[in-house]
Ligand binder design. Structure first.
Ligand code: ZN
Length: 401
């Protein structure tokens, strides 16, 4: 049980998730030069969490749903994760002799925190580590489980990104500076989302998650057009694209109603639809279909000295930029732009706090560095072209205001 189904030990790669980097990693791993850029056969590949559980008060069923993963549990909790989930999880264990260790966490997935958690796992013989909270708690749990070769579970308490379902973590140094992406040979063993917890979290997180999910279909479609490999470096399956399409459709059909539900802290079918889109469809879709310009826009944006907007908000505007780059039909652009406006996602640079020409140039340059997913686009993209597309998307956004 402990070793799981690992067939390939992923190493730490410090470059952005790019395919050249991935192949270099393989060459290093297998100590061979025979893995060639152009001759490597690409197999169609699909990865996902082994189990996905979602619904109102799903945490009351935590033990029942996940008992096959072991009997000694370490819960790595953010402060709010502990507050909102502890009692429900405990209730689910009533009448069992399972060991539960709750560790409230400093807030960042740093090397030091991971070391601390690994020590607890070893000392207490933990079977499964559960990340309860936002991206950092989940990333710390994933890394701890990977290094200690035990099971991991994601229990997101906000829906701001698609991190819970993916097979990678962002790792920071103890001084909070970026350290690396850590790629795993598999996705989490399980993801459990309590819709009531999400309904009680601030709505801005849900909106950011919708923004992150908005890119999924368009970025996947761009990768299919160029036969680019997925984030998992595999050929893109029809299944993956079906998830991406369903993701976009679900956002269009249910976002407005889901936002209202969240504002009123109630769980409705619309809210559940969006929780699934933000968490599962977007996460599994992006993992297996790939990223393109929208996420590169975000990465470029984080290079600015001041970058106050959340990840998902940038990805939403980045999607509009990508549509400009692609020369998408006006009808399609308008549809996405209107969606952003109705949802409270940015349609102009000013809404992201970008106000000078110099900032736009910097974003464009950083978004086009080697290894960025923007190079999955047809005919590749230069910083100059991206700069033009950013300003074009912004101008069309200003027209609406
Ligand atoms: Zn994202």
């Amino acid at each position: 049980m402990k070793a799981g189904i690992r067939t390939f030990q992923a190493g730490v790669r410090t470059e952005h998730r790019n395919h050249k980097g991935f192949r270099n990693g393989l060459r290093e791993l297998y100590k061979t030069d025979s893995i060639k850029e152009d001759t490597m056969a690409r197999l169609r590949l699909m990865r996902a969490p082994l189990k996905y559980v979602q619904g109102k008060d799903s945490l009351l069923h935590f033990c029942e749903q996940l008992q096959d993963l072991g009997s000694k549990w370490l819960f790595i909790c953010s402060h709010s994760g502990y507050k909102n989930c502890h009692d429900k999880i405990e209730k689910s264990f009533e009448g069992t002799d399972n060991v539960r260790h709750y560790e409230v966490f400093s807030g960042i997935s740093s090397i030091g925190e991971i070391e601390k958690m690994r020590k607890i796992v070893r000392e207490e013989g933990i079977d499964t580590v559960v990340g309860v909270g936002g991206g950092s708690a989940i990333d710390t749990a994933k890394a701890t489980a990977y290094y200690e070769k035990i099971h991991d579970v994601s229990c997101p308490t906000v829906c701001a990104t698609d991190a819970p379902c993916t097979g990678l973590s962002v790792i920071y140094n103890d001084d909070h500076s970026f350290n690396s992406y850590l790629f795993y040979p598999k996705n989490p063993d399980a993801v459990i989302v309590d819709s009531a917890v999400i309904a009680n979290a601030p709505t801005r997180f849900l909106i950011a998650g919708i923004g992150d999910a908005l890119g999924t279909y368009f970025e996947g479609r761009a990768c299919v057009r160029t036969d680019a490999p997925s984030l998992e470096n595999g050929g893109i399956t029809r299944s993956a694209m079906a998830l991406c399409e369903l993701c976009y459709k679900t956002l269009r059909d249910y976002s407005a109603a889901a936002i209202r539900a969240c504002e009123n802290h109630v769980v409705t079918p619309a809210l559940d639809a969006i929780i699934e889109a933000n968490t599962y469809l977007s996460g599994v879709g992006a993992d297996n279909a790939g990223l393109a310009a929208a996420h590169s826009f975000y990465n470029g944006y984080t290079g600015l000295e001041n970058h106050p907007a959340q990840h998902g908000l940038c990805v939403a505007f980045g999607t509009l930029v990508q549509l400009q780059l692609e020369g998408a039909p006006r009808e399609e652009f308008d549809e996405v732009q209107n969606f952003c406006r109705e949802t409270g996602l940015p349609v102009t640079l000013a809404e992201l706090g970008v106000t000078t020409d110099e900032q736009v140039r910097k974003i464009a340059e950083l978004a086009c560095v080697e290894g960025e997913s923007i190079h999955n686009m047809v005919a590749d993209v230069t910083a100059e072209q991206l700069y033009d597309a950013i300003l074009a998307a912004d101008a069309l956004g200003k027209e609406l205001q």
